[in-house]
Design a protein around this ligand. Structure first.
Ligand code: V47
Length: 405
């Protein structure tokens, strides 16, 4: 009898879309390596041996938040000992000229004025004009709209005029009303998240999409999440990247243990197969750990995010991984997985391709203190520059995928 992998391999070869039943069955397969190989072949058809990374800096301006989601260790209330609020100068001090992307996600602060956010983006662009700003999840956009009594389109237009280049994928959690009611009842659900991303795409702002997995969701709910994103992408084409975020157990302890490596790899591979219209699948090393993230580059992922610099959301939930990586380490991590490292910007324009270079033995040891992910180019093998090349939607999924395993 044909296995689910036999059927799915045939479909992929015929460039036929996977159904909900296919994807749910793939989560139950025992043929992990075969699933990974198929997803890897689809990734290779689009990106060859390349794997992307970005020199970025993550900024979480405050953890003060009007919401109290049951899975979130990051959010707190004003006046509590762990609460912090960055001044604009503190935000600016984190934007050095060696980075290509700032990624800004924070709590929903009850008192900050609208001008704080606009001044933040304007101020970053004034200081480091070449840096692209990926900022504010759909949940934050909805909050701004309600708090400052502006239609979503106006919020996005004003942020764009101030320097916004893209929206991060957060706030999607998992598109299930059952899970929303249990874990984040006061946060927007799927319909509003999707509407906000559609509005961004209409205004020419590309976005990412995340999935928070490994808590109380079922495989069916994970698949339904992917299908909603595929539908959105069919309509707008504005998604750049899909990022599954493994739930960090921390103190919220919705479940006792983080998702297994097998779950991580299956989620990446199935996302690559189901999201045939989303160009990039990101293995986020902060939540997966760098070892699984580098293996995920052979399971359909083509991106490992970036140097990060300082991350507080997952680290509030006790993520074990160091807070920052050097450019050299990411290059070596990608090389060690057999891929060609490609440095990109926030919009997936190619900046440098590291074609040749030594693959050294890697240890997972954190970089020395004070290393802020900013390395001289010459230190990392041989790089060939292609500024402005590539782009978010390069390549065509499935082309050149052959049958067999
Ligand atoms: O929506 C919160 C998640 C998201 C936990 O666009 C947690 O490239 C795991 O937007 N365990 C925000 N996840 C982060 C975000 C993001 C992250 C990486 C890349 C991109 C991108 C965007 O963080 C939230 C929520 O789903 N989150 N707490 C936790 N304990």
């Amino acid at each position: 009898m044909a296995s689910v992998l036999d059927c799915v391999t045939d479909k992929v070869t015929r460039q036929e879309r996977l159904t909900r039943d296919d994807a749910v069955a793939l989560f139950a397969t025992g043929e992990l390596l075969r699933l990974g190989r198929l997803a890897h072949r689809v990734k290779q058809a689009r990106w060859g041996n390349r794997a992307h990374f970005v020199l970025n800096r993550q900024i979480n301006p405050t953890n003060v938040c009007v919401l109290s989601c049951k899975f979130c260790d990051f959010a707190t209330k004003r006046g509590r000992s762990n609460a912090y609020e960055m001044t604009l100068e503190e935000v600016f001090s984190r934007c050095d000229s060696g980075i290509r992307e700032v990624h800004i996600v924070g709590g929903l602060h009850p008192d900050w004025p609208w001008s704080y956010y606009l001044d933040m983006l304007n101020g970053i662009k004034a200081r480091v004009p070449q840096v692209q700003i990926k900022a504010f999840t759909a949940v934050e956009i909805e909050f701004f709209s309600k708090k400052f009594r502006l239609p979503i389109e106006d919020v996005l237009r004003q942020l764009k005029a101030a320097g916004l280049d893209a929206l991060p994928g957060g706030g999607a959690e998992v598109f299930s009303e059952r899970v929303r009611k249990a874990l984040f009842p006061f946060k927007i659900g799927a319909p509003r998240w999707l509407e906000i991303h559609k509005a961004a795409h209409r205004l020419g702002i590309p976005t990412n999409a995340t999935l928070l997995y490994g808590h109380m969701e079922t495989h069916e709910e994970r698949v339904d999440h992917l299908l909603k994103l595929r539908e959105l992408q069919d309509e707008t084409g504005g998604l750049m990247s899909f990022i599954p975020l493994a739930y960090q157990v921390g103190k919220t302890r919705v479940v006792e243990r983080q998702a297994s490596a097998v779950e991580d790899l299956k989620t990446i591979a199935i996302a690559r197969l189901v999201l045939d219209n989303v160009p990039h699948i990101k293995a986020y090393w902060v939540t997966m750990g760098e070892e699984i993230a580098s293996i995920a580059l052979s399971f359909g992922a083509d991106d490992i995010d970036g140097t990060i610099g300082e991350e507080r959301i997952m680290h509030a939930a006790d993520a074990a991984i160091p807070v920052r990586q050097t450019r050299e380490h990411l290059v070596q991590l990608i090389r060690a997985s057999g891929c060609v490292p490609v440095e990109r910007d926030a919009l997936y324009n190619v900046r440098e391709v590291f074609e040749n270079g030594p693959t050294t033995c890697l240890s997972a040891t954190p970089p020395p203190p004070g290393f802020a992910g900013r390395e001289p180019h010459a230190s990392v093998g041989t790089a060939s520059s292609r500024p402005g090349g590539g782009g978010a939607n390069g390549g065509v999924a499935y082309a050149g995928v052959s049958n067999g395993s």
